[in-house]
Design a protein around this ligand. Structure first.
Ligand code: GLN
Length: 451
């Protein structure tokens, strides 16, 4: 296909859907997009096409771009234009990608539904009265209506996998360190990864291949081996799945049924299934995640003190200026999380909360590492169907409970993929597979069998 024609079609869909869906916080000018498409067309003609030549990409708005504002969904950063591109953005551009815009998200990536954005909620193209999942809500939604070909999200505790489950797309959270976090506005550094989203697991893998690998600007980044094992040639008989029954129990009936149907079909095709227990992990995985994530968040958000970024206080006194800026710039959920994060880190409480959570994290990680050594851990991606807008937003505990399956991978640094398996009453249902360290190709191989 001709890149110019392709970009014009994407723009057409954007005009049809974007007003209702609100997937983007900022969009690149049409003229710039069409010029880029013409350049791609020339390269195709000359046989000089790069790996993402003419591919239209949506980039989550907590990933820095020097050519479009980067707000992280927060009033605090309204209008902020970073002086540099994130490493992943540099890699996209150098492979010929066309970045169409910055996608909507829960403020600072804190949320599971996309409703906590200072720029208004994103709606689910499958059912406009429902959420598309968060926090990478805009990336999932733009994929679902065809406003982009692939997208980047970030995943701290499930933020590409919930939107994937709710929009019938694919979200692939890589092994910790595989993708540079340089230029990602941080929420919880020890948990998160910039992560590809796409309409198929193969596309997600291509995107991962472009963005992964060592980066001198991120000391935690690691080398990604080139395409080899696990690619293409996997058969169902090569696969073993472990099903943590006690954990799957936390899903509503319709989700459970879709999940077990899929696993049953895989078994019919020759895959091995094993029913396992994760040793009681289910009861403390969420408190462990939220304790660690909020502690790191409180520390990361201390930089917004009213002196550097767009929202400033007026008072001359530093502390009052900071307080004014933070009162104005942060939304309710972000404030709630800062308070909880500061609390679990404070003198007299940190042993009981933060340090206890780091110990539990080690137990969870050890359990998961042992398990993925012999099988892929399969669960639903979300315990519930996509909620209606407004349905859960007032009850933080209900919101946090949506992450019960996804946070396991982040706490243990393991790769995980969410992919669609069923549609019920026009609403998608997704499952999740967690694999061994650096097992992305294996996960995609398994996903391709399920797709
Ligand atoms: N819902 C989780 C949270 O709010 C995960 C968010 C994310 O992965 N960025 O912390």
């Amino acid at each position: 296909i001709d890149p110019v024609e392709h970009v014009s079609e994407v723009l057409e869909r954007l005009r049809r859907w974007e007003g209702e869906v609100n997937a983007f916080i900022s969009l690149e000018a049409e003229e710039v997009l069409l010029n880029a498409a013409e350049e791609s067309a020339r390269r195709w003609k000359r046989g000089e096409a790069r790996r993402l030549e003419g591919v239209v990409v949506g980039v989550k708005d907590n990933i820095s771009t020097s050519f479009l504002p980067t707000t992280a969904g927060s009033r605090m950063l309204d209008g902020y234009i970073p002086p540099f591109n994130a490493t992943v953005v540099e890699r996209l551009l150098s492979e010929g990608a066309i970045i169409i815009g910055k996608t909507n998200l829960d403020e600072f990536a804190m949320g599971s539904t996309g409703e906590f954005s200072a720029f208004g909620p994103t709606r689910n193209p499958w059912d406009l009265s429902r959420v598309p999942g968060g926090s990478s809500s805009g990336s999932g939604a733009c994929l679902a209506y065809g406003g982009c070909d692939v997208a980047l999200g970030s995943d701290t505790g499930g933020s590409v996998r919930l939107p994937a489950a709710y929009t019938a797309t694919v979200g692939l959270k890589p092994t910790y360190g595989l993708v540079s976090r340089y230029g990602l506005i941080p929420y919880a550094n020890s948990l998160e990864q910039i992560s590809p989203m796409a309409r198929s697991s193969w596309d997600a893998m291509i995107l991962l291949d472009v963005i992964a690998g060592v980066d001198e600007y991120d000391a935690t980044s690691i080398h990604f081996g080139t395409a080899a094992e696990g690619e293409g040639g996997l058969e169902p008989e090569d696969l073993s799945f472990c099903i943590p029954e006690g954990l799957v129990e936390h899903s509503e009936e319709i989700v459970k049924r879709a999940f077990y149907n899929t696993m049953g079909e895989l078994e019919g095709l020759g895959a091995r299934l094993e029913y396992i227990s994760l040793g009681g992990v289910e009861s403390y995985v969420l408190p462990t995640y939220y304790t660690i994530a909020l502690a790191e968040a409180a520390s990361n958000l201390a930089r917004y003190d009213g002196t550097l970024y767009p929202v400033r206080g007026r008072s001359g006194d530093y502390w009052r200026q900071a307080a004014e800026a933070r009162a104005k710039g942060f939304g309710l959920e972000v404030k709630r999380r800062i308070l909880m994060g500061v609390y679990v880190l404070s003198e007299g409480y940190k042993d009981e909360y933060y340090l206890a959570a780091t110990k539990l994290r080690r137990i969870i990680r050890d359990t998961m590492l042992k398990t993925v050594g012999k099988c892929l851990v399969a669960t639903p991606a979300s315990p519930i169907m996509p909620p209606r807008i407004g349905e859960r937003v007032d009850d933080p505990l209900k919101l946090y409970a949506m992450d019960i399956y996804t946070v396991l991978a982040n706490l243990s640094g393991l790769p995980a993929i969410a992919l669609p398996v069923d549609i019920r009453g026009s609403l998608p249902i997704g499952i999740q597979l967690v694999g061994p360290r650096m097992g992305e190709r294996l996960l995609v191989g398994a996903a391709r069998i399920i797709e």
